[in-house]
Ligand binder design. Structure first.
Ligand SMILES: [Zn+2]
Length: 221
């Protein structure tokens, strides 16, 4: 999964209004950020097989440190300990859950353990629809939890979401990269760039004041 993860990052604003979008954008892709580094240093392995799945040409055959269930829980726990933020911990762990929906059964529960994956990537259009809906649902929650500081603040995050959908379409229907190292480097650059753009767009909006708790009035005659 790619831009669908960012739906979680945007929705996080609703639950942790003080946490900036740049940080949540990094959190939801943390497992892939680690993966790209580990592939480049040769600790984890994947290969490119064009047409392997309709929505992915990547064969992930060795990535227990970034993408096992056990390590995802570990990374999530680390985020919680470092930032004292349950929402950031959920953001980190959500990556594994959404990858589990998308990937072929290649996600190990632990190193050398059984591998799981529901295989949404067998369906290219469905992959695009699901990722788009996740992103747009997150955007909707984000827009409702914040208000613009100026005219640019009205447009920046929705425009960024459109850009992300275009990137997703390019990823699904565009050319297949020649080397896994290119995937890792371009992926890493994209994760950092997108977090930077999200951070910039987020500064153009402010969180809404705390809503008073809903009180239920019951009139009993
Ligand atoms: Zn991943």
């Amino acid at each position: 999964m790619f831009v669908g993860h960012y739906g979680v990052a945007l929705a996080a604003k609703r639950f942790a209004p003080k946490t900036s979008a740049g940080v949540t954008f990094l959190a939801v892709q943390w497992l892939d950020i680690v993966w790209a580094i580990l592939v480049l240093v040769g600790w984890e392995h994947a290969r490119i097989v064009p047409g392997y799945l309709p929505a992915s040409s990547l064969v992930f055959y060795d990535y227990p440190w970034s993408h096992s269930l056990l390590m995802a829980m570990g990374w999530s726990w680390l985020a919680f300990r470092l930032f004292k933020s349950p929402v950031l911990a959920v953001c980190v762990f959500s990556h594994w859950v959404l990858d589990w929906v998308a990937h072929a059964p290649d996600l190990p529960l632990f190193r050398g353990g059984p591998e799981v994956g529901l295989g949404l990537w067998h369906f290219r259009v469905a992959t695009f629809v699901v990722e788009s809906l996740l992103l747009l649902a997150g955007l909707w929650l984000y827009m409702r939890a914040t208000r613009p500081l100026n005219g640019l603040g009205k447009l920046a995050m929705p425009a960024f979401a459109v850009l992300l959908l275009a990137v997703e379409a390019g990823d699904l229907w565009g050319p297949v990269p020649a080397k896994i190292q290119i995937v890792a480097i371009s992926g890493e650059a994209a994760y950092l760039l997108f977090a930077g753009i999200a951070q910039a767009a987020d500064t153009l909006r402010e969180r809404l004041p705390e809503e008073p708790p809903i009180r239920l009035h019951l009139n009993v005659d």
